[in-house]
Design a protein around this ligand. Structure first.
Ligand code: ZN
Length: 154
């Protein structure tokens, strides 16, 4: 069957940046299963998968506007170190209200935190192989996500 809205799609994928560095991959694990057309994948990748069938192989370059968005400089803040409980280190991530911020720099008593998604502003290069396509169950449609292998277990 062809991938369409509410298909359950299993994919193997490798994600690299423009320098060829692997950012994420399903390699070595089970394929990622997702519910197509429900906003579970970034829009640029989901659009390319639409209409494909089992066995299809794709190479997709997703620009920031169709991925995790452009870098928003207004989401970068300087915060005095004393506002943190305990130690703070570059690379640490914190929940700040509804968003997640990453510590990107510590200079003297000032800490730079960045609320952009770690992949914002980057081109995303996906290599994808469609491993399986099936119809979603009623329960999966109710929950808005896939159950079982590669999906939610609950
Ligand atoms: Zn569920």
């Amino acid at each position: 069957m062809q991938i369409a809205k509410d298909s359950v799609v299993s994919i193997d994928y490798t994600l690299t940046d423009d320098a060829g560095k692997v950012l994420d991959s399903s390699s070595g694990g089970e394929p990622l299963a997702y519910l197509h057309g429900n906003g579970n994948l970034i829009p640029g990748l989901e659009a390319e998968l639409d209409g494909k069938t089992k066995g299809a192989k794709l190479e997709v370059k997703v620009l920031p506007k169709d991925g995790y968005g452009e870098l928003d400089p207004t989401l970068v803040h300087q915060v005095p170190k004393r506002q943190f409980d305990g130690d703070v280190a570059v690379g640490q991530r914190f929940h700040a209200g509804p968003s997640v911020v990453t510590v990107t720099r510590i200079l003297g008593d000032m800490v730079t935190v960045d609320g952009n998604h770690p992949l914002a502003g980057q081109n995303l290069n996906f290599k994808v192989e469609v491993k399986d396509v099936r119809a979603a169950t009623e329960e999966e449609l109710e929950h808005g996500h896939v159950h079982g292998a590669g999906g939610h277990h609950h």
